[in-house]
Design a protein around this ligand. Structure first.
Ligand code: C2E
Ligand code: MG
Ligand code: MG
Length: 740
């Protein structure tokens, strides 16, 4: 509780006042000292100040507020009676001009005493505040300012009291002391921050990954950090006082350094990659950034060099570019590098050979032993090829089981052929896979510049076409590129890929050609002839794609489709009133080699419901002769099912009639060129006669193909030929166009 003596009414009790003031002064001085020395920030100082004054003025409202802009004060700390009141009241901060009449008697700027009855002059909220506290006066002191806001110390003695003169002076003193404390605290903080910044800078300098070298204007080194020693191998002692020339590698010309210094002087900085030398003599790449540091006078006082050792980065780059240009499995250069290397050689001019190697039937190896073994084998092949080649030749893996060789400055075709021969030879020894010995051959295609092209792509394409030819010839050999073959091969490849999809896309069609019984003149059978309805092209005859289908094996699924379709259609005809009608289907040698052929035919018959005896299979003579070994059993199986067999184009190629006895043949179809000549050419007539006689003797049916005239028919009938087929009776047509 405040004693009476502290109120204005008891102000003239000198002894008590003196004692109080001395005590108060002592306490405040202590506080001021404490604050002055403290490391506390402004908030703490403010809090402690209020807390220190409050006991001197029991019950009074003491606050510290800051100017919050727009003429308002916001309380930062409040002690005493009015804490609750001040929080509810928003105080205006009047202009200094309005405050001027209330300056303290001593005239101290920034210290005001406003009697409560005039509080309104400061603003309505002050009046409210005074009324709420029953304050005697308002004492305000500016105690300081930080960058953001100025702080105001306010004191409102309650119960109409006013401050005594001594207290006013004390408060003035305190405000002044506070100003100093705050300023000192601010400086201390700034100093601490600066120290922290410097310490940090020193640590950064010392521990930076980058090497940092500072030289004076004469390029004498004055400071280096740890990284410089780590990278260069020189100690700090060895470097200080030396010049950066100590590190120069000798790799750059004097002109290079001149240019570097010129840029540094003109622009104040230079950046680039340079080679330097470590203490151990090793030369390394670094990314260097140089800056000239000017003193206050504008002269260059120091140079700053910051560098990064690029050794690891360069190694990583090299590893990456190696990966981009090499094949992961074998470590050989890849297709990209192969191309680049060829192009480089071509730019140089001269004669170069490109060899493309493809392992024969590599797919079988992968299928048989699995991919890991396949990969292993590819590695072995790669290393044998590599060992067999001369160092100046360039070997690359182009992908899969394909390798490429570039022979630069090759003398002639023969020299390239010799290299191909060496490569074949080096693979002659069998490879060991999975405890087995596996023989391996390659097909090699060779192209030569400039004849086969003057660009890598052209040479590779031609070598590829030649390699394809070598494969077609059975593999294990080499072929040289022949001009024009590339286009043909590409065309074939396109047809092949289209043909592959022809079945699923439903582009295959069967046309039928009537076979007429010469005695009765009635249609007794039809031959099914394949057509390909190619979108954008139209109907394509078998001459254009059967050979390719045979080569690629596509004839197997295509032939199966033909069989099913022909049997189905024949059954339709039979059911529509031609019960005895027979259908003939052409069979290729490849189909005959298919072990599943008999089953497929059986299935086609079963599916269609056609009687086996109504299906005739036509084999060309070469098929019949060539199939002596493998196909004989199949032909017998077919015969056992009840299917008939005919020899197509009979008379074109037989070297022996032996097979007629060995094979279960039912019918001979006379090659149409002989038939067409029967009425004009003596020899053709003799051949046709002989064939008819042979057939009748062996008890075989005989069909004349390609009849186009009445006279031919009359002749054939006269010599006893059973049936005829040809444009005279009708061209091969879709089923619905056949007059059955
Ligand atoms: P091929 O089996 O000897 O068929 C007779 C060929 O002679 C047919 O040619 C037919 O259109 C043609 N032709 C028929 N009468 C006459 C005529 O009076 N004058 C002339 N100049 N030609 C006539 P196409 O249809 O072009 O078939 C050619 C060959 O394609 C066939 O000869 C056959 O060996 C083969 N072929 C056709 N379809 C298939 C099939 O489904 N599978 C297999 N493997 N080969 C087939
Ligand atoms: Mg035929
Ligand atoms: Mg024929």
């Amino acid at each position: 509780m405040p004693s009476k003596g502290e109120n204005g009414a008891a102000a003239n009790e000198p002894a008590a006042e003196l004692a109080l003031n001395a005590k108060a002064l002592g306490a405040l001085l202590d506080l001021s000292d404490a604050l002055h020395a403290s490391d506390d920030d402004q908030t703490d100082i403010v809090r402690r100040l209020c807390g220190g004054i409050a006991p001197r003025h029991p019950g009074s409202l003491i606050f510290i507020a800051e100017e919050a802009g727009e003429g308002m004060l916001s309380a930062r700390h409040v002690e005493g009676m009015g804490a609750a009141v001040i929080r509810d009241v928003c105080l205006e901060w009047p202009t200094e001009h309005r405050l001027a009449p209330f300056a303290a008697p001593s005239g101290t700027c920034g210290f005001w005493r406003v009697p409560s009855r005039q509080a309104e002059l400061l603003g309505p909220s002050w009046k409210t505040l005074c009324a709420g506290l029953d304050a005697g006066e308002i004492v305000l002191a500016r105690i300081g300012a930080d960058t953001a806001a100025s702080l105001i110390l306010g004191l409102l003695p309650v119960r109409r009291a006013v401050l005594r003169e001594a207290e006013v002076r004390l408060l003035q003193y305190v405000a002044k002391a506070m100003r100093k404390s705050l300023a000192a605290a601010g400086e201390r903080r700034a100093l601490q921050q600066e120290n922290r910044r410097l310490r940090l800078a020193a640590r950064v300098f010392e521990h930076a990954m980058e090497g940092v070298i500072i030289t004076d204007a004469d390029q004498s080194i004055v400071a280096v950090n740890k990284s410089v020693s780590r990278v260069t191998g020189y100690s700090e002692d060895e470097l200080i006082g030396a010049t950066p020339r100590l590190l120069s590698s000798g790799r750059h010309t004097a002109e290079f350094y001149r240019e570097m210094w010129r840029t540094l002087h003109e622009r104040g900085h230079w950046k680039g990659e340079i080679w330097n030398r470590r203490k151990n003599g090793e030369i390394y790449p670094e990314l260097l950034s140089l800056s000239a540091i000017h003193d206050e006078g504008g002269d260059v006082g120091h140079y700053l060099a910051i560098f990064i050792d690029l050794t690891l980065q360069k190694e990583a780059e090299q590893r990456l570019s190696h990966l981009a240009l090499h094949d992961l499995l074998t470590g050989l250069p890849n297709r990209e590098s192969f191309r680049a290397r060829i192009d480089r050689a071509l730019r140089r001019g001269g004669r170069h050979a490109v060899l493309l190697l493809d392992i024969d039937r590599f797919k079988n190896i992968n299928d048989t032993f699995g991919h890991p073994e396949g990969d292993l084998l590819l590695k072995c092949v790669a290393s044998r090829l590599h060992a067999a080649m001369r160092p100046q030749d360039f070997l690359a893996r182009l992908g899969g089981d394909e390798f490429g060789v570039l022979i630069e400055d090759v003398a002639d075709r023969d020299a390239a052929g010799d290299v191909a021969h060496v490569l074949h030879e080096c693979l002659a020894e069998p490879f060991r896979v999975d405890r087995l010995e596996v023989g391996m051959t390659v097909s090699i295609g060779v192209s030569l510049s400039p004849g086969d092209g003057t660009e890598a792509s052209a040479l590779i394409r031609h070598a590829d076409a030649a390699m394809y030819e070598a494969k077609r010839a059975g593999g294990a050999n080499s072929e040289f590129s022949v001009p024009g073959i590339g286009a043909e091969v590409r065309r074939q490849l396109e047809i092949e890929s289209d043909l592959r999809r022809a079945i699923e896309r439903d582009e295959l069609r069967l046309h039928y050609q009537p076979q007429v019984d010469l005695a009765s003149g009635r249609i007794v059978g039809v031959e099914a002839l394949l057509r390909w309805m190619k979108p954008g092209v139209g109907l394509i005859g078998p001459a254009h794609f059967i050979a390719l289908a045979e080569e690629t094996g596509l004839i197997v699924p295509i032939g199966e489709w033909v069989l099913n379709e022909a049997c189905r259609q024949c059954k339709v005809w039979q059911e529509s009133g031609q019960p005895g009608l027979q259908v003939a289907v052409n069979l290729s040698v490849r189909q005959l080699r298919d072990e599943g052929l008999a089953d497929k035919i059986g299935a086609a018959l079963a599916r269609s419901g056609l009687d086996a005896a109504r299906l005739e299979l036509e084999l060309t003579e070469s098929v019949a002769v060539g199939s002596m070994e493998g196909g004989v059993a199949t032909l017998h199986r077919l015969r056992n099912i009840g299917v008939k067999l005919a020899v197509d184009d009979f008379g074109t190629g037989f070297s022996s009639l032996h097979y007629l006895k060995r094979l279960p043949i039912d019918c001979l179809k006379i090659e149409q060129t002989f038939v067409q000549g029967v009425t004009g050419d003596r020899h053709d007539a003799a051949i046709v006669n002989a064939i008819v006689t042979l057939a009748r003797t062996l008890d075989l049916q005989v069909v004349a193909e390609g009849v186009t005239s009445e006279e031919q028919i009359a002749y054939l009938r006269r010599i006893g030929c059973h049936q005829a087929q040809g444009y005279y009776y009708g061209r091969p047509s879709p089923a619905e166009a056949i007059p059955i």
